[in-house]
Design a protein around this ligand. Structure first.
Ligand code: DC
Length: 204
């Protein structure tokens, strides 16, 4: 059975939690496509050329331990604006999406560019302030002493870069269902996503 769930949206909107929950509930494989760009970004911070790093990316590179830092996120967002980097990563994502047994991919351009034929498209979003507050709590929990204003500035800069680039910008696919988590408990957002996948699966 081929069944693709495309989940796009900005950083810290709840995409990751929702994607993992959908994959676990339906037994689908999950690919966090941001990790591909983060792995390339990490290699660039280590001195590599971005296009070479993307072309030579290995599955094991996604397991590197430092991919969740703010520094790597910023590098990821920068390399993600390079068309050759994006092109080098398309085939891996598309073949993952078509694997039998169903797949969930989350990112910025899954429903628009990578899997325009996906059976389900969700766009998960929240206001920048809510996303910055969530990210701040995560960072503080891991011992960081950053401030709300710093985190908000990072969120806004990354949104502007991800939505403003010429190649595959972050945007809502025409046929995507919007889930705005600004005033929602994450459990309710997960339920909304599961209900939508269930509905489409019954139609498939
Ligand atoms: O989802 P994330 O925060 O891990 O993504 C890191 C960066 O990677 C993000 O700022 C933009 C880029 N990205 C992208 O351009 N396209 C995707 N499908 C996923 C991520």
């Amino acid at each position: 059975m081929k069944f693709t769930v495309a989940i796009d949206g900005p950083a810290a909107a709840g995409k990751g939690t929702i994607s993992k929950a959908v994959a676990a509930h339906f037994g689908f494989a999950h690919l966090d496509t941001g990790l591909l760009y983060r792995a390339v970004g990490a290699k660039v911070l280590g001195g590599a050329n971005a296009v070479d790093a993307a072309e030579m990316l290995m599955p094991a590179d996604l397991e590197a331990g430092n991919l969740r830092t703010a520094e790597v996120a910023e590098a990821a967002s920068k390399v993600a604006a390079i068309p050759e980097v994006r092109r080098a990563l398309v085939e891996f994502q598309q073949s993952f999406a078509r694997r039998s047994g169903g797949a969930v991919l989350d990112g910025r351009d899954i429903g628009t560019v990578i899997c325009p034929e996906a059976e389900v498209k969700l766009f998960v979003t929240a206001t920048p302030e809510v996303r910055a507050q969530r990210r701040l709590l995560e960072l503080q929990a891991s011992g960081s002493e950053t401030t709300f204003d710093e985190v908000l500035a990072d969120v806004l800069a990354r949104d502007a870069r991800d939505a403003g680039r010429a190649d595959a910008p972050m945007k809502v696919a025409e046929d995507a269902v919007l889930i705005d988590t600004s005033e929602m408990e994450i459990a309710d957002a997960v339920d909304a996503a599961l209900a939508e996948v269930e509905r489409r699966r019954d139609l498939a």
